[in-house]
Design a protein around this ligand. Sequence first.
Ligand code: AMP
Length: 418
Amino acid sequence: MLTNRPRGTNDIIPGEVEKWQFVEDVIRDVCRTYGYREIRTPIFEHTELFKRGVGETTDIVEKEMYTFIDRGERSVTLRPEGTAAVVRAYLENKLYTGPQPVKLYYIGPMFRYDRPQAGRYRQFHQFGVEVLGAHSPGIDAEVIAMAMEVYKRLGLRGLELHINSLGCPECRPKLRERLKEFLHTRLDQFCPTCQDRFERNPMRILDCKNEKCRALAAGAPTTLDCLCDECSAFFEAVKEHLEDLGIEYVVDKKLVRGLDYYTHTAFEIMAPGIGAQSSVGGGGRYNGLVEQCGGKDTPGIGYALGLERIILTMEQQGVKFPPAWRPDIFVVTACAEAERTAFKLLSKLREKGYKADKDYNGRSLKAQMKYAGKLNARYTAILGENELKNGTAMMKDMNTGEQQEIPVDKIPELLGGK
Ligand code: AMP
């Protein structure tokens, strides 16, 4: 127990963490160029927020939440996703009083009690963006373009962008009726969950992962068959913008988010060939969510990407990550008297911004050199009696094995200057 982490969680250790830092750096850089600012919300929230903001009939709320009663007898939940909390923060901090839209992004851990498998964990990390207060189709295209830019900058290839339109509260009742008409003749053959959803939320039936239900629902009327003129025009405009930006997409009529506050654009990005968990990100418009969470009618659109799955896909596609940390210089002492000089030299080099290190375990000269080799140091600076007397260091290029004695103040020059 003491040396086992909880099922479905991961340690990200040195060697791995550099990959994460690289991905996060790219994300932050893309966000900066698109004008999205970071928001950090709590890891846990009142349970009610997720029930309202994610939806009572979703798998997340029905089966996957880490919910507990705290010492003050309040029900709190570890966040299973980012959108609800961002909407809450938008309202609570009155971000609607500033210039609109508010473009936000977050990176952080999420928690879902699901059956762990490759690419699916109980604690995982998402990068997500949310735009609140913009209703034009251009912003839908921008959010999608930004997501695709992140994948591109990370070196991912062969991704498929699936898009759909879910309509609006005007066209939704028509779909509901047509769907129910289609489904009710064969309802007894669907799984119990689908049967249960028939009255409450028939659109969710199109979302069922069960193969038999999928086959039964094939040919069911889709949102695109029922769009009102306004929603059709909106969807056309989003597609046009994507085409203008040279972004390829597939219209996927089966892509649904079966909750009333999802409207218009829904999209998902798939990495074919990474197995069952092939979705590397998804999002959509949620014009009804802010109101659902207690605010005024405010348009919103967002997107979230799973970092574990991104890194897994990058590994599978053989993407080159930047090299791991290595010291520019490792200071080696060849006699006990050199210890204090070595320590001061190390500190000076670090001050100048060099990646520098030394031994702290009283190793012999030979063992220090071996250790420097293991750390993959570019140079070692050896300080012995002679060097102390002369104010110099014996510099060894660890690649070529070449050695030269130089004054210590010339070391930065040799390292390439800073
Ligand atoms: P969702 O919030 O369910 O739309 O998921 C958005 C993205 O988060 C997915 O495309 C995945 O990349 C990732 N994701 C969702 N659930 C998990 C999980 N349990 N483990 C790892 N990644 C996940």
